[in-house]
Design a protein around this ligand. Structure first.
Ligand code: FE
Length: 229
C-alpha cells in the first residue's frame, strides 16, 4: 500500500493518502480545501487516480477539500450517515466497508467530538479523526458534541482495538505524527480517568475558545466546501 501523511499548517490538519500499489487507485481522508492543488499534484506525480474522498466529520476548523476534489477528479465523496452534509455521494453506517483496489477501510462510528464523527479502521492502523488525538481527545463543546458519547467511543470502541494498532489522528498541534492504542491508553492524560463521570467532568472544564474558522468552515463544509449549485 502507498501511504502518505500530509500536513496543513494553518489548521494543523493531517490528511491521509492511501493507494493500491498495483491498482494505482487512491483514497484521501480529511482533505483541506486550500491544499487541493497540492493533492492533485502529488496524485499526478505518484501516478495515482483518486477514487474516493472521505471526511471523518463536519470540520469546524478548516474548509474541506471534498467538493473541489469531486469536481476535479469525479471521485466518490463519503461521510457517515449521521452527517448533515447532503453534498456527499455516499453515506456509510457503522461497520460498512470503504474500498478502493488494494485498500479497505472499516467505518467505525465514534461520536462525541461531533455526532457525525467516524473513525476508519485497517488491519494495522486506525484513522481516529478528532475522537482520539495523540495525548489528547477532540473537544466536545459544540456541533452536538457529547462527552458521554465520546467516553463510550473511546473506551468501548477505539481502545478495544489491538494495542499495537497505529493511531493516525486528524490533527496535531505539538508535532506528534503517529501513536499506538497501547501508548495512548498508558500516556494520554485524558484517558487516565476512572469512570465516565470523571471524563465528562474533565471535558466540561476545558473552556476552549471557538476555532478561528468555525463560522465560515461549518456552513461551507455542509456543502462539501463548494458554493451551492
Ligand atoms: Fe473536528
Amino acid at each position: 500500500m502507498i501511504f502518505r501523511q500530509l500536513f496543513e499548517r494553518v489548521s494543523s490538519t493531517y490528511t491521509y493518502l492511501l493507494a493500491g500499489e498495483t491498482s494505482r487507485e487512491a483514497l484521501l481522508i480529511d482533505p483541506v480545501k486550500e491544499d487541493v492543488p497540492r493533492y492533485l499534484q502529488l496524485l499526478k506525480e505518484l501516478e495515482l487516480r483518486l477514487v474516493v474522498g472521505v471526511d471523518t466529520h463536519v470540520h469546524a476548523d478548516h474548509v474541506t477539500g471534498l467538493g473541489d476534489l469531486r469536481d476535479e477528479t469525479h471521485c466518490t465523496t463519503i461521510m457517515g450517515e449521521q452527517s448533515r452534509a447532503e453534498c456527499v455521494t455516499r453515506k456509510v453506517a457503522d461497520g460498512e466497508l470503504i474500498k478502493v483496489a488494494g485498500v479497505e477501510l472499516r467505518a467505525l462510528y465514534t461520536p462525541g467530538h461531533t455526532d457525525d464523527s467516524y473513525s476508519f479502521v485497517m488491519s494495522d492502523r486506525v484513522f481516529t479523526g478528532d475522537t482520539l488525538l495523540i495525548r489528547g481527545t477532540g473537544r466536545t463543546d459544540f456541533q452536538n458534541g457529547d462527552s458521554h458519547a465520546q467516553y463510550d467511543s473511546l473506551f468501548n470502541k477505539l481502545l478495544k482495538l489491538p494495542s499495537d494498532t497505529l493511531v493516525y489522528p486528524a490533527h496535531d498541534y505539538k508535532g506528534w505524527t503517529v501513536s499506538t492504542i497501547g501508548e495512548e491508553l498508558a500516556h494520554n492524560p485524558r484517558l487516565q480517568v476512572a469512570s465516565e463521570p470523571e471524563y465528562v467532568e474533565l471535558m466540561n472544564n476545558l473552556r476552549l475558545a471557538d476555532p478561528k474558522q468555525m463560522d465560515v468552515a461549518v456552513p461551507a463544509n455542509l456543502a462539501c466546501g463548494t458554493p451551492a449549485r
